[in-house]
Design a binder for this molecule. Structure first.
Ligand SMILES: [Zn+2]
Length: 211
């Protein structure tokens, strides 16, 4: 899937995609299974480089976006490929070995559904250093890359706005409690002067995938 995706958007994987200064490609993966690690390994795209984005759809699919040309293709694995593997690699009982063998020779159209797509990549999602840093008005944590929320005229982190994936064990154990007294609240640091003039509602991004 990764090789196909790279070929579709004209990136030679992994040499070009993984070159640290190159950052020519972003991959959106839609499942947190082994396929995601395989895509990362082949393309060199990683979460920490901001070249891999995880969308928790539970679908064995990925979208490959060439940041230079704007081309974007979504490649999804066909479920029927598992059944077809019997035909291409007969006599192999082990499912994993059978599929590995069969997928080497199966034509792309039997392995994947491929569609050209348009991806809006927000400016704050692009690789590179953080473009803005905001201090949460409530807890004092620093929030990077425009992930803050506006509530009652103040800027807060997603945890304080009620969107946390965890809950506090004990109210009086909250280590950040002292930080709530920090002044002044809701500082905004623009880290990239080029974006300063664009204001807080920075969201134009880059529309990828247009012909
Ligand atoms: Zn907060």
């Amino acid at each position: 899937m990764a090789m196909k995706g790279c070929a579709l958007v004209g990136v030679k994987a992994p040499e070009e995609a993984s070159r640290s200064r190159c950052k020519r490609m972003i991959v959106y993966v839609e499942i947190d299974r082994c396929a995601t690690d395989a895509i990362s390994s082949v393309t060199g795209c990683k979460l920490g480089k901001r070249t891999m984005k995880f969308k928790d759809y539970g679908i064995m699919a990925a979208t490959f976006v060439n940041l230079e040309t704007g081309q974007a293709f979504r490649v999804s694995a066909k479920e029927e490929a598992k059944t077809l593997a019997f035909r291409y690699a007969p006599g192999i009982d082990d499912r994993h070995k059978r599929e590995l063998e069969a997928y080497q020779v199966m034509p792309d159209e039997e392995l994947f559904d491929i569609e050209r797509v348009v991806v809006d990549v927000p400016l704050y999602d692009l690789p590179g250093r953080p473009r803005k840093k905001v201090q949460c008005h409530s807890c004092g944590e620093w929030i990077r890359d425009g992930r803050e929320k506006r509530e009652n005229g103040t800027l807060v982190c997603q945890i304080c706005s009620g969107g946390a994936y965890f809950s506090r064990f004990r109210e009086d154990d909250i280590p950040v409690a002292k930080r709530t007294q920090r002044e002044p609240p809701s500082q905004v640091l623009w880290l990239d002067d080029a974006h300063n003039a664009m204001g807080e509602d920075l969201k134009p991004g880059i529309k990828m995938g247009k012909p």
